[in-house]
Structures are given as structure tokens and as C-alpha cells.
Design a protein around this ligand. Structure first.
Ligand code: DC
Length: 233
């Protein structure tokens, strides 16, 4: 069957990764969380003292970009994709608050975006990929056959991230998360390079009032519509 590229963009914690991962599993596509790549670069900067407060030492980071190797590996037992930074599994660390608080500064840097976008485009060369992020439908794969833009209210998204972190045993407050979500919305939408915006040909999905199963069914319908395949899995 015709393999396509599926681009899922949207606001932070809008549930796009869950939707994208599940769709990829269902239809047998590769799933790539592009946000994890920006998070991995941020973690590298934290570990290599490339932050002075929230300011990035850009000259040093630019020099070290070639030393940052990001890869993904699926855990055979859980089926979850784990992000690796220079051979180390950093899946848990890249979701921590110190990384979340700084990642927008890293993702605003043009040379970081250039390097990661190239890597993302290489991953999509064979098609058969679901990638989620902020600029997948606009910059990484403007020719993607199916583009979705996901949104939900900041409060709904903060609650989801809060529940996720609490379940992982991290000590966080809801207010802190809500502030972080709003701050990242502002930075993601206002940055000069590839700001977060809906592609003209993307379908808008507001999932504030939807269950994960409802979103999944909707997304699978869109996939069947675009590929011309009417069979339901
Ligand atoms: O989806 P996320 O919250 O894990 O993304 C982390 C950060 O990376 C977020 O602040 C925006 C940025 N990002 C980006 O600029 N472009 C992408 N394609 C994916 C994420």
C-alpha cells in the first residue's frame, strides 16, 4: 500500500505524542517525537555546562553540535520509544522540569533547528512515518500527505502534564506546570525561526473534550481517507 508522511503539530502537552505513537503502532509506521530531539540537545547543554542561568552559550554549543548524537530505540517489553543521547537512554531525564524550563531557548536557535530538521528529513526519506512536533507540516515535511494541528486549552494541557509527572513520581505543582505551558506557548509562537503555526492545509483538532480513544478513531479515519483505504483495523 502507498506509504505516506503524517505530520502532527500542536501546542505542548496537547496529547499529540500519544496520538501519533498509537497511530504509528496501529498502521505499522515509524514514530518520531521531534520534541524529544530538542529536549535531548537541552539535556546535553545542561550536562556540559552550556547554560549560564537560562542563557545558552551559543558559540560553544555551535562548536559541539557534531558531538551530539540522538537516536531512538523501542523497548521490546513496553513498546515505548526511548530517546538516546550519545548512546545513553535519557527518556526520563529529558521530561524533567530543568529540561522543560530551558528547551524553548534551545529550540529557538537557528543552527540547532537546521541540524535537527536535516536529521528529521532523513528519517522520513522512506516515508511510512508519523512525526510530531511544532513545524513538521510547515518546515520539515511541507509535502506531507496528512497534516494535523492539535490544540486544547492551557489548563487542560497543564493538567495532563501534571498527572503524567506525578504518576512518574516527580514532585511538581500544578501552578508551576501551567506557567511553564503558557510560557512555552508564547515562546513557541513568537520565535523568529519556524514558529508554531498551523499549516494552511492542516486539519485542526481541538481535543479538550475528547477521550484518547475518540482522538484515535478520528485520526485513523483521516489516515484511511487520505490513503483511500476504507478497511478499519
Ligand atoms: O513537544 P515537546 O513539549 O516535547 O517539545 C519540547 C520543545 O521543543 C517545545 O518547547 C517546542 C520545541 N519543539 C520545536 O520547536 N519544534 C519541534 N518540531 C518539536 C518541538
Amino acid at each position: 500500500m502507498n506509504r505516506i508522511i503524517i505530520a502532527i503539530d500542536g501546542f505542548s502537552s496537547s496529547g499529540k505524542s500519544t496520538m501519533a505513537r498509537r497511530l504509528a503502532q496501529t498502521i505499522g509506521y515509524l514514530y518520531i517525537d521531534s520534541g524529544a530531539m530538542y529536549r535531548a540537545v537541552t539535556l546535553y547543554c545542561l550536562k556540559h555546562h552550556l547554560f549560564a542561568g537560562e542563557t545558552v552559550r551559543t558559540a560553544a554549543l555551535r562548536q559541539q553540535m557534531d558531538d551530539i548524537r540522538i537516536s531512538f530505540c523501542t523497548d521490546a517489553q513496553t513498546g515505548q520509544a526511548h530517546t538516546y543521547l550519545n548512546g545513553m537512554d535519557v527518556e526520563a531525564e529529558i521530561r524533567s522540569m530543568p529540561v522543560s524550563e530551558r528547551v524553548s531557548h534551545i529550540s529557538a536557535l537557528d543552527f540547532v533547528r537546521e541540524a535537527l530538521v536535516k536529521q528529521q528529513q532523513r528519517l522520513g526519506e522512506a516515508k511510512g512515518i508519523v512525526m510530531d512536533g511544532r513545524d513538521i507540516g510547515t518546515t520539515v515535511f511541507p509535502e506531507a500527505e496528512l497534516k494535523i494541528f492539535v490544540t486544547a486549552s492551557p489548563e487542560t494541557r497543564a493538567r495532563r502534564r501534571y498527572d503524567e509527572l506525578i504518576a512518574k513520581g516527580q514532585a511538581v505543582s500544578y501552578e508551576e506546570i501551567l506557567d511553564n505551558v503558557k510560557q512555552r506557548d508564547r515562546l513557541d509562537q513568537s520565535r523568529a525561526v519556524s514558529p508554531l503555526k498551523q499549516a494552511d492545509d492542516a486539519l485542526l483538532l481541538d481535543n479538550s473534550e475528547m477521550t484518547i480513544e475518540e482522538q484515535q478513531a478520528w485520526l485513523l479515519d483521516q489516515y484511511h481517507r487520505v490513503t483511500g483505504c476504507s478497511a478499519h483495523i
